[in-house]
Each structure stands twice: as C-alpha cells, then as structure tokens.
Design a protein around this ligand. Sequence first.
Ligand code: PLP
Length: 366
Amino acid sequence: MSVLKWMNPNVDQIRPYEPGRPIEEVAREQGLDPDTVCKLASNENPLGVSRRARLAMRHVIEDMNRYPDGNAFYLRQKLAEHHDLAPNQLIFGAGSNELLEFVGHAFLGPERTAVCAAYAFIVYRLVAQMFGSKITEVKSRRRVHRLGAMAKAIRPDTSVVFVCNPNNPTGSLVRQAEVNRFMDHVPDDVLVVFDEPYAELCLGRMPDTIRFVREGRPNVLVLRSFSKAYGLAGLRIGYGLAAAPVIAALEKTRQPFNTTSMAQAAAIAAIDDRLFVARSRRLFRLARGLFERVCYDLNLDYQRTYANFMLINVGDGAKVTAKLAKEGIIVRPMAGYGLPQFIRISFGTMPENERLAAALTKLFKK
Ligand SMILES: Cc1ncc(COP(=O)(O)O)c(C=O)c1O
C-alpha cells in the first residue's frame, strides 16, 4: 500500500516540464569549470539585470523580515498608468507562469477544453492536464500559429484559447491584422490568453492586444513578464491584464504573498529602464543576423525568429545538444515539443553567440 494510490490522476499523468539545464550541473557532468560554461537554453537576458532594478533591490534588502504587500499596491499603480488601465485590471504572479496556473484553477476543469497551437509553449498542455481539461493543439503552418484555424477549433465546451506571441519555442509572430480577425471570430464566453513574455524585446511589429482590454473586451487576458526584456527571471515576477471581472476570478486562486517585495520593487524600477530594453533588443537583432548567416553557410534549416531564441534543424537535436554540452555550451533539445530534429538556442552576449557559432561550424562544416 502506498500513499501514491491517492494521487490525483490528472497530476499523475503529467510528464514534468524539463527546464534548461543549470550551468553547475553541466559543468559537473562534463568536468568543466562552471565559469567556462555558457547557458543558451532558457531565453534569459544575457545582459544581466536592469541597472535600475538592481539599485531598487538594494534599497529594500532591509525590509525582507516583513511579508510583502500581497496586493502589490505601488507596482499596480505604476503598471496601471503605464498601460492606461485601471488598477483592478491587473494581477501579479511569480512569473507569468504562475498566472497560467491561475487560469487553470479559475477557468479549466474536466468539463472544459482548451485550444492552443501545435508547437506552442508546453506549459499550456501541462496546465490543461493538471486540471483535467482536454487541449486541442491546432496544426500550424510551417510552425506558425494559424489563428483562423484556432478560432474554428473552438467548441461549445472550450473555455480558454492560448495564443503565444512571439511563440516559444518557434519564435514565430502573428500580426495585428490576424489577431483582429481572430478576435472577430472568438465568442465573448471564451477567454483568450495572449501569452507575451517576449513582447518588449520583440524583433518585429508586436500586435497591440492590450487595446482589447482597454476597449472593454470582457474575454481577453494579456500576460507579460519581467523575466526576459528586464533580466529578472530569477526574481519570478509577471503580470496579467484583463477586464476587472476576469481579474477578480483569477484573484480567488492567488495565494496571499505570491510575489516578493524585492520582485515588486525591482519591477517598478525596471519598467522605466528603456535603455536596458533597447540595448537588449539591439543585441538580439545582431544575434539573429549572426545565426541566420551561420545557418545559411552551413545549409541548416532554421525558423525566422522574432524573439531572443531560434529553432535550428540539426538533424538529431539530442545528439547535437550532447556534443555542444561537451564544449561547455548548453542549448535545448526539442524532442519534448515533437521536434526531435531541432535545437532551440537562446541568444547570449556576442562572445557567447560567436562561441556557439564556431561550435556549430565545427560540427557541420563539410
Ligand atoms: C511563452 C512563455 N510563457 C511563459 C513563460 C514563463 O515566463 P516567466 O514565468 O518567467 O514569466 C515563458 C518562459 O520561458 C515562456 O516562454
């Protein structure tokens, strides 16, 4: 007899998310000095932490004996103003990932289904499974979301549609006109979650989905993150924007102190650090150019990306990931996404990018 007999069957069937491997783990395994290992596997910001955020964090260290403000009053005011919304149209999470879980708690369940695109962020499937919902993964065109087909996949029991833009892991972007057409076809009783953690560093024209919230659409939730453009992945802070009743529903599922006071202070400062975001975007544009040239030279198929990572078809993703690990470079194999021939590389600093480019050249130069 085991306590595991009591395990929730929805949870039991889940294959846990495999994040990018930590530097120390790969260094230990390969017998390398951790300082020589570079991680290009988790779409982080290689420029470090926004300077403004770092200063703000220093200021609040002494307050860490106190619980945070569970309602994140100052951050709420700041972002409400920033996005021209009312304070009750915002909710905060320990990363936007936690907000996806709130969506599951509040809007998914055994009698409901969800819709997302094939090759979209895997957490949508995990959250649907966790809450006993079926999820329809709509075939994409060359791994780009087909919003028209996603609208058509909505059934009477569909409660949530996840739209990941730019999409992780493909880097593909859906444009404003497609988004507008899609929204014309989605019924008001289906929640559309625009998951946009890469929005601020997008390398193309990012559609404005927050305007649906501003215009009073009752069924749009936009998720944003401080993990990517602002370099605060380790702090775990993200937010959602939606009509007040949707926010109120999600709030019922939130634990009282889910975001830390340090994360709140850092986020308030980071949102004004336009220079840091601009520098990050410049770097990612350069990196995209470099890897497109490398793939072209090596005759490797890749997907045009609009974010800080890129899918490259290397034939056998697991094998190439292992070979790169031996060189002290961590990338992500994509078999878990049904793309076993691909790796996903995250853009690093230019020296890191050039190191990866040289390693790929060594592996694939004929
Ligand atoms: C598409 C997408 N959504 C959500 C997340 C979660 O981001 P975070 O929880 O760090 O805000 C990620 C992280 O990589 C992502 O790629």
